[in-house]
Write a protein of this length. Structure first.
Length: 260
């Protein structure tokens, strides 16, 4: 569904941020992008979205080259949930979800009754239908993340990108949003690509993991292949311990001690 081939990008002439990155993300699956801070995960997403222009390489879906498309046309194939979103106005949650129609509506077009019904169905799916009339600025971090996911689902694209969707959420909301993504991948055949800081979340919810380090693909494979002690220690440059819980590999970093 999403093919990234030999993608290269640099912010300056002296250093490369993304170096010949290649991977494939399939429909009906969650592909997790793992890596330490500064590895290039967010840069990779902006290249896929088109907000940054790749120097070389290819990004394709359904035999369509995304690199040759405008941002508005690319938005028909890919929707995006950012880590944070600050609105200049206190739009209602329902209005935020309806913003997902923007790539398909004309400049002065209004959502139809069926569009509004669809938006309310998405709110119900996400368990936030009671927040439809609430202002986005009045929501908690978890509720706001659900609203942004609703906006992305309203775009009805085959590919969904989420950049660190759990980074500001408590345990309950982390589990909730990833469980919803797992359900969506399996029931709607969405191709979901998500960046995560926590390998344990990837172990529980992902089907495929792509590990990135210093702008390159360090390794990629199934969860069982990627949740390997030697591989993870090399990726994060820190000693770890691995165990298993309910059939899922679980990682724990070893403590470091400073001073006496």
């Amino acid at each position: 569904m999403l093919h990234v081939n030999n993608l290269c990008f640099s912010y300056t002439s002296s250093t490369s941020a993304i170096k010949e990155v290649s991977f494939c993300a399939k429909e009906g699956e969650i592909t997790a992008i793992l890596g330490p801070n500064g590895a290039g995960k967010s840069t990779l997403f902006h290249l896929i979205l088109g907000t940054l222009k790749a120097h070389s390489g290819e990004i394709q879906t359904r035999e369509v080259s995304l690199l040759g498309l405008s941002l508005s046309k690319r938005a028909r194939y890919i929707s995006y949930v950012p880590q944070e979103w600050h609105s200049p106005f206190n739009y209602t949650t329902l209005d935020v979800v309806l913003m997902g129609l923007s790539p398909r509506l004309g400049l002065f077009s209004q959502p139809s009754k069926s569009d509004i019904q669809k938006a309310n169905e998405i709110l119900a799916l996400l368990g936030i239908e009671h927040l439809g009339d609430r202002g986005i600025g009045e929501l908690s971090g978890g509720e706001r993340q659900m609203a942004l996911l609703g906006r992305a689902l309203m775009q009805e694209t085959p590919i969904l990108l989420l950049d660190e969707p759990t980074s500001h959420l408590d345990l309950k909301n982390q589990m909730k949003i990833l469980s919803i993504l797992e359900h969506l991948a399996k029931t709607t055949k969405l191709c979901i690509v998500v960046t995560l800081h926590d390998p344990n979340l990837a172990s529980q919810y992902a089907d495929h993991i792509v590990a990135i380090k210093k702008g390159k693909v360090y390794h990629s494979g199934s969860v069982q292949e990627m949740m390997d002690k030697t591989l993870l220690e090399g990726l994060y440059e820190h000693p770890i311990e691995l165990t298993t819980l309910d059939g899922h590999p679980i990682m724990r970093g070893k403590k470091e001690f400073f001073g006496d």
